[in-house]
Design a binder for this molecule. Structure first.
Ligand code: ADP
Ligand code: MG
Length: 664
């Protein structure tokens, strides 16, 4: 019996194109909950009508008649502080849009369950960055949830597979490697998941955050509009309403071609109407490149993990776009196995999230849970382990180029939780402070790293010699959230990160309420084993700079002699942040047609006097100005700064002409 105190295990799949919500019945079975219109899947589309916010199918319908008032695919922009839509003079950011979608789902759930849902698990692509995860949590909170947990989408799919097929009825093989191939509307997520008895563990995850069913639509749309334009001299893409109508038609024809060999599409524009027939073969030709990309990513992941298909026991296919026969055919061809398509492509992730919510709930006080004893007992046996999708590290200075380059301490795909400790040495005599810029790798090798925040330790004792040890500990918790600590070992001074992004904090999102979900070094519950690349704790001595580092890279810090330097990938020029260009009403409906740039994060550093992410002067340790000069030193300090110091890593390097000032 549901009382006000009952807590349900609720999972939300907050998708780019479609979202859904489900809960676990008292017996522990996932069930998708209908929205207030009775639909199991809700289009992730928001229509702003004056003071009213309408979400779902009605919003989608309005995308033709009122395209300038409709926002879709907001998930592609989550984490981008510069993205917003302006409708009716009001500004909406991706968190606002996502929270409206979550609210819509919660309303449906409340109608069904009879009580407000205050706690839920929301799914995110495995490759989501820290800020994208945080903003997803924030969207949930803004929608009225008081407790939000997140889970990677492929993990959710794998959980759904093992729990619905294995745990409850038949027994699965004791050990399995599952490939989760999730092709959704806007993202392609690929993961290798190890199932071992009661544990689900992600071994590797990858994919493409900007590849999904939408790209197949765009290919079709281009083909059809080009044809119409060449025959009539009129281009439907030039008219917002005509284009939106084509977009809806294209979605229908794409779906039809998944089940029929032929379909037709109608285009209306400028008083002309034409109908085109399209067969599956033509569709395949038009989108061959896209299928090839999914194939390359799939084979690339196996290769990167030194695995062959013989190591993969199950290929689990999910995501709405995986229904396209060309995608399944490719996977069957390259894998040489039959695919497991038993899961509902639309609901498996949502169901997996509900299972995860049940797992979390089963570890807590029984009286609050809606699950019966048997379900609680079974769910509490399950464990899940994730890996971090992105490398995590700090920026160090390359003395040769004077550019700051990422130095990754935790490589991508490390099992979570994980912590890594490494010692660095100061690079100038009498250095007063260190300023760590925490970065995570981009979605691909060519993407620049994304800055997450900073950690400053200052007021070092006077006359610290060059190479004085600074110990840096970076930790990822189970939900891929980041904690950083830096300690100057001579004085014992230390600092921990609190990554606060004021510009992203919304009304009602308070520190107190967020304690469970925001990055917080205080929430150091179960300390994971710390891998250390440095010397033993007792080995606090005045280190000299390692010859290895001298011969290669130097930095604001250099790795401590006995610390194994993590691999430093070649730096890539940083892209400029997208200028803050709020779309005016006329542009509001300009939906994302192409991949959005990875989000650039403006940092807000909580420590005093450390509010600018700038490099430090190698002479006095003070921050440089935006032109790379040290206000505390004489003019010309910028040039002298790059002069190798005794014992610094660049001392054996010939000085190179600087091509660019030290960047941020
Ligand atoms: P997301 O989680 O990214 O919102 P979904 O897993 O819900 O994505 O999948 C949505 C995508 O699946 C959309 O691009 C949609 O067009 C596509 N899709 C849904 N059904 C079919 C189908 N029968 N054939 C082809 N594509 C489909
Ligand atoms: Mg999805």
């Amino acid at each position: 019996m549901a009382t006000k105190k009952t807590t349900y295990a609720v999972g939300i799949d907050l998708g780019t194109t479609y979202s859904c919500i489900s809960y676990l019945t008292p017996q522990g079975q996932p069930q998708t909950l209908p929205n207030t219109e009775g639909e199991l899947s809700t289009p992730s589309v928001v229509f702003i009508d004056g003071s009213e916010t309408i979400v779902g199918t009605e919003a989608l319908r309005n995308s033709v008649t009122h395209p300038e008032q409709v926002i879709s695919h907001a998930k592609r922009f989550i984490g981008d502080p510069n993205k917003c839509w302006v409708i009716g003079g009001k500004v909406y950011n991706p968190v606002d849009v996502s929270s409206a979608i979550v609210r819509k789902l919660l309303d449906g759930a409340q109608e069904f369950l009879g009580v407000p849902v205050t706690r839920a698990v929301i799914t995110v692509p495995a490759q989501f960055s820290e800020i994208q995860r945080q903003q997803t949590v924030e969207a949930g909170r803004k929608a009225g949830l008081t407790h939000v947990d997140i889970i990677n989408e492929p993990v959710a799919a794998a959980l759904c597979h093992v729990l619905s097929e294995g745990m409850w009825f038949a027994e699965l093989a004791n050990e399995q490697t599952i490939m989760v191939f999730d092709l959704g509307g806007g993202t392609f997520d690929l993961s290798l998941v190890k199932y071992n008895k009661n544990e689900v563990r992600v071994k590797a995850s990858g994919g493409d955050l900007h590849l999904g069913g939408l790209d197949w639509n765009l290919a079709l749309e281009k083909y059809i509009c080009d044809q119409f334009a060449s025959e009539t001299g009129l281009d439907p893409r030039l008219d917002r309403e005509s284009l939106q109508a084509v977009t809806l038609e294209v979605e229908q024809v794409k779906r039809a071609l998944s089940v029929r060999p032929k379909a037709s599409v109608m285009v209306q524009h400028a008083g002309r109407r034409k109908t085109y027939g399209l067969d599956r073969h033509r569709f395949e030709e038009l989108t061959r490149q896209l299928v090839q990309r999914t194939q390359d990513i799939t084979l690339g992941m196996l290769k990167a993990n030194k695995l062959g298909w013989a190591h993969v026991d199950t290929v689990l296919v999910t995501g709405g776009a995986s229904r396209m026969p060309m995608v399944r055919d490719m996977l069957k061809r390259v894998s040489g196995t039959t695919l497991n398509t038993s899961l509902s492509p639309d609901q498996s992730i949502c169901h997996g999230a509900a299972y995860y919510a049940g797992m979390l709930l089963s570890g807590q006080s029984l009286e609050k849970s809606s699950l019966n004893k048997e379900a609680t007992a079974k769910l509490s046996q399950m464990k899940q382990q994730s890996v971090n999708a992105r490398g995590l590290g700090i920026l160090v200075r390359d003395m040769e180029s004077q550019r700051r380059v990422p130095h990754f301490l935790i490589p991508a795909n490390s099992p979570l939780p994980i912590a890594f400790r490494q010692r660095f040495g100061t690079v100038v005599p009498n250095q007063k402070r260190v300023h760590l810029h925490i970065v995570e790798s981009g979605t691909s090798d060519t993407d620049p790293p994304v800055e997450l925040g900073a950690c400053v330790v200052d007021d070092f004792p006077s006359r610290l010699p060059v190479g004085s040890p600074i110990e840096v500990t970076i930790r990822y918790d189970e939900q891929a959230r980041v904690h950083v600590e830096a300690r100057e070992l001579v004085s014992g001074k230390s600092a921990r990160t609190t990554i606060v992004r004021k510009e992203n904090v919304t009304q009602g999102f308070t520190e107190e309420g967020a304690s469970a979900d925001l990055v917080s070094a205080e929430a150091d519950v179960a300390a994971p084993k710390v891998r250390t690349a440095g010397p033993s704790q007792s080995g606090i001595q005045q280190p000299s700079v390692p010859p290895a580092a001298r011969a290669t890279k130097a930095s604001t810090f250099v790795p401590h002699p006995s610390g194994k330097p993590a691999e430093t990938p070649p730096s890539t020029p940083r892209k400029q942040p997208t200028p803050n260009r709020p779309a005016g009403p006329a542009k509001a409906a300009e939906q994302p047609r192409r991949a959005a740039a990875p989000p650039r994060v403006k940092m807000t550093i909580p420590l005093e006097e450390a509010d600018r992410p700038i490099p430090l002067c190698n002479h006095c340790g003070e921050p440089l100005d935006t032109r790379g000069r040290c206000p505390a030193c004489l003019p010309g300090a910028t040039q002298r700064k790059s002069r190798p110091q005794a014992g610094t890593a660049a001392s054996s390097q010939p000085r190179k002409t600087r091509k660019r000032p030290p960047g941020n």
